[in-house]
Write a protein that binds this ligand. Structure first.
Ligand code: HEC
Ligand code: HEC
Ligand code: HEC
Ligand code: HEC
Ligand code: HEC
Length: 272
């Protein structure tokens, strides 16, 4: 027992020195302590050193010399792992960017004007001239559709004002053909969605809540996305948007029994 520590120290110091001379003293302490408890430890400890390059670690470990050689050096391996990590991160960033783009206002056509047969301006007619919205969108208070002005509505004034201008030709031809003026829409909802202007106007929702400051627009653009999430933001809590719904006895009863309170969030309210 008295002989053992120096032998182990000699062995350990010899095998450690070339690699890490600075750390040798600490290492010796460790060996001296462990050797007292378990003799086999020093043998397993320097084992990795038997294969200094690490290149054929697989074969060396198993004793199988025909085993698969390690194709890549540890450095190349680290690089590959790093590249894979960065690649995965880049994919996640790309997916997030694509998602953000798809949900952006631009993708919903917010702020984008449509080409019109006549360069009509709300800023002139509803702004400067102060015409009421209902003068041209006559059914907005009672029907699903707000209604669009006919050629006669415009020509009532424009037979007198600016009538010689060639830009009114589409109005004259619509009148002659008895057809509607082919205005393009910037607000069209998909076929599967139902909307009703009258219900909203009656509940006190302002035009500007959904359409923005139309009376200041030289060219008509969409001010809100009109996405389902946007509709539901209000339908879930109309009070938050300053709309007081008349208290209904059915709603109170529904609340009491813990069933769905508001029909405003039911799918069938907005979907056919
Ligand atoms: C003198 C007639 C006139 C008046 C008054 C008028 N509009 Fe219009 N409005 C039009 C015409 C014409 C169009 C179609 C051309 C365009 O989009 O600029 C239109 C289009 C719109 C659209 C877009 C419709 C779509 O399908 O995208 C909205 C929203 C709208 N008006 C809201 C209003 C509001 C709100 C007011 C009142 C502040 C108003 N309008 C007053 C004539 C009028
Ligand atoms: C609760 C939101 C909301 C309010 C309030 C609202 N609109 Fe609309 N408006 C819409 C939506 C959504 C559409 C698209 C409807 C569709 O495609 O079926 C639309 C479409 C229109 C159109 C195009 C014609 C049509 O009916 O499809 C006009 C014009 C219009 N609105 C004018 C007005 C005016 C004027 C007011 C105020 C008196 C008003 N809107 C109030 C949401 C609203
Ligand atoms: C109440 C009368 C009145 C009605 C109704 C009316 N307008 Fe006008 N409009 C005017 C006046 C007035 C001007 C000239 C404004 C100015 O020069 O400042 C004008 C100007 C215009 C201009 C020239 C704008 C520019 O770029 O300078 C166009 C285009 C026009 N209106 C189209 C229409 C169309 C389309 C309708 C129907 C949807 C219509 N107007 C309905 C009174 C009217
Ligand atoms: C700012 C609030 C607000 C926004 C935004 C809004 N709504 Fe509403 N909506 C209401 C209120 C309030 C009622 C209930 C009216 C009532 O019951 O008297 C209503 C009722 C309705 C109704 C039932 C009409 C009926 O037949 O009685 C439909 C359909 C509807 N909304 C569709 C939509 C759609 C689609 C959108 C989005 C494009 C939308 N709403 C955006 C407030 C809003
Ligand atoms: C307040 C009105 C409203 C209610 C309630 C509502 N939706 Fe929608 N929904 C819309 C509008 C507006 C659109 C079209 C715009 C969009 O795609 O966001 C839409 C679009 C959709 C789409 C198509 C999405 C796409 O990407 O094309 C599906 C699916 C859908 N709704 C399912 C539902 C289901 C299921 C419910 C009930 C849990 C529901 N909606 C309740 C207004 C509503």
């Amino acid at each position: 027992m008295a002989e053992a520590p120096p032998r182990a120290m000699a062995h350990s110091a010899a095998s450690c020195e070339p690699r890490n001379p600075g750390a040798a003293p600490a290492r010796l302490d460790h060996v001296a302590v462990t050797i007292a408890g378990a003799r086999d430890l020093p043998a397993s400890d320097p084992a990795p050193l038997a294969n200094p390059g690490g290149r054929r670690a697989f074969a060396a470990g198993t004793g199988d010399t025909e085993g698969m050689p390690q194709l890549f050096s540890p450095r190349a391996d680290r690089r590959l792992r790093l590249a894979m990590g960065l690649g995965a991160a880049a994919l996640v960033v790309l997916a997030l960017a694509a998602w953000a783009l798809a949900r952006s206002d631009r993708a919903w056509g917010v702020g984008v004007a449509a080409p019109q047969p006549i360069p009509f301006s709300h800023a002139i007619h509803a702004g400067s001239l102060g015409l009421d919205c209902r003068y041209c969108h006559a059914t907005v208070e009672r029907a699903a559709s707000a209604g669009m002005p006919t050629a006669e509505t415009c020509l009532g004034c424009h037979r007198q004002v600016w009538s010689v201008s060639a830009q009114f030709a589409p109005l004259e031809s619509a009148l002659a053909l008895g057809s509607a003026v082919p205005w393009s829409s910037v607000h069209r909802l998909p076929e599967h969605v139902r909307f009703h202007h009258g219900a909203h106007v009656a509940a006190g929702v302002q035009c500007s809540t959904c359409h923005g400051p139309v009376e200041a627009m030289p060219r008509t653009v969409k001010a809100e996305t009109l996405s389902m999430g946007w509709c539901l933001d209000c339908h879930r809590a109309p009070e938050a948007a300053g709309i007081a719904l008349p208290a209904s006895p059915t709603a109170a009863r529904h609340e009491h029994y813990g069933v769905e309170v508001s029909p405003l969030t039911r799918c069938s309210t907005c979907h056919r």
